[in-house]
Design a protein. Structure first.
Length: 439
């Protein structure tokens, strides 16, 4: 009854109801476009692409696009080119003085950086489009430069930019962070297919059968619980505020806490690292002929792939935490509000202390994030099908957990703002500093 009451409360709030309906409408458009095949492509010849995209990095790319990649859809390239462009622009913001200046200019600077990100996204799409058409489609493509390759590349680029537009509209007018929500929809769309496939394979397999399938489900639930703890884990620093008297009233004197996220970067590092690990696919032209150096990085279960993937996640965790958490600014805010950490001098000493605490909690957080990210390789090693193994940790699970919690938090904030009970009676969903919506 409590759940039904919550749904009724959500429906009573006009603004929230509109946002949910708009989000649903945009998701329907996105899913419909995932089944619109490129003009000229032979649908009967797409079976080879479907089998090629059933595992490995192509399987991950197909999952992020919600199956559009294997369908040769107008949305086949999905949102990943935009994410890759965002990574490049953010790295330039750390190294190039011009982009550093734009970051300091506030809203106008962010607008210019968003424009550069879009220009770079188009450039990446114009490179990835022909690679997809020539490498992945194979016999399904009719061939011809002017009559197929050029118009299809333009359609693919336009499709990805339209997906980006949908994500931005979900952010502005819907519920949740649009870009991350688009990725979430693609992941959820592939989950039933992977679950049914694993169930069928276990029933036909004499070794374990249904018992092994139930054990996999229990293990998956435990991993999800661990991912939730990773996303919401915090370390609290006590803060004391000095007493001050204004007129007949006394202010301050109470002890509060600064919550520092164990994983302040959330799922951003794993998305950044995954986007970089997709580069070998583009360089190899989505070819099925994998050999030599690229072969190790085209197989997401290989030792070298997972080692490099884990190292990138650790590095990006430190990088993104440094971007989102500014100890000097936090120390200055405390000082301006007559606050201090007991036993620590205000100013530089406080900033150094906060930085030291962040370093101590970021290291185990980044290691655990990397461990969860490479769990699909271990799942495949123990006989789990490749498609279902992608949900045993990895990018898919962390995005799913992070985005769902963030969306529930936004819905709960609307309920509490209108004096309705939140989604959880035992306590509010913890907020998250930083988000995939940084895109």
């Amino acid at each position: 009854m409590g759940f039904i009451k919550t749904i009724e409360n959500i429906w009573k709030i006009e603004d929230l109801r509109k946002r949910l309906l708009i989000t649903f409408f945009f998701v329907v458009i996105y899913r419909f476009g995932s089944f619109v095949v490129l003009p000229g492509v032979d649908p009967a010849a797409l079976a080879a692409l479907e089998s090629k995209a059933s595992g490995g990095l192509l399987g991950l790319l197909n999952m992020f696009s919600g199956g559009a990649f294997a369908n040769a859809s107008i949305f086949a390239l999905g949102i990943m080119p935009y994410i890759s462009a965002s990574i490049v622009i953010q790295l330039l913001g750390m190294a190039v003085p011009y982009f550093q200046k734009l970051q300091r200019e506030g809203e106008s600077g962010r607008t210019k950086m968003n424009q550069y990100t879009r220009y770079l996204t188009v450039a990446i799409l114009l490179f990835q489009g022909p690679a997809y058409l020539l490498g992945a489609l194979g016999n399904a493509a009719p061939g011809g430069f002017w009559d197929f390759l050029v118009p299809s590349t333009i359609i693919l680029a336009g499709g990805s930019m339209f997906v980006l537009w949908l994500g931005e509209r979900i952010t502005d007018k819907g519920v949740g962070n649009g870009i991350s929500f688009i990725i979430l929809v693609g992941i959820i769309a592939r989950l039933p297919h992977a679950l049914i496939g694993e169930f069928t394979s276990r029933l036909t397999n004499q070794a374990g059968g249904l018992v092994m399938f139930l054990a996999e489900i229990v293990l998956l639930l435990l991993i999800i619980a661990g991912a939730i703890l990773l996303v919401q884990g915090t370390r609290r620093i006590p803060v004391q505020y000095a007493k001050r008297v204004v007129g007949n009233k006394q202010y301050g004197g109470a002890r509060q806490y600064i919550p520092l996220k164990v994983n302040a970067a959330n799922v951003m590092p794993i998305i950044f690292a995954q986007a970089i690990m997709f580069i070998p696919i583009t360089i190899a032209g989505f070819s099925a002929k994998e050999s030599g150096f690229w072969a190790a990085f085209m197989d997401h279960t290989s030792v070298w792939y997972n080692l490099v993937f884990a190292l990138l996640i650790i590095l990006f965790t430190w990088f993104y935490t440094a971007m989102t958490i500014n100890p000097v600014q936090m120390a200055d805010e405390l000082k301006r509000n007559n606050g201090f950490i007991p036993g620590i001098k205000p100013g530089k000493k406080t900033a150094d202390y906060i930085d030291q605490v962040m370093s101590r909690i970021t290291l185990p957080g980044s290691l655990f994030l990397a461990l969860v990210a490479i769990l699909p390789a271990f799942a495949s090693y123990f006989g789990v099908s490749r498609e279902f193994a992608q949900f045993f940790g990895g990018t898919s699970l962390l995005i799913l957990v992070g985005v769902v919690l963030d969306t529930l938090q936004q819905i709960e904030s609307h309920l509490l703002m209108r004096h309705y009970d939140g989604l959880l009676k035992t306590g509010r969903i913890k907020g998250r500093s930083g988000s995939i919506a940084a895109y």
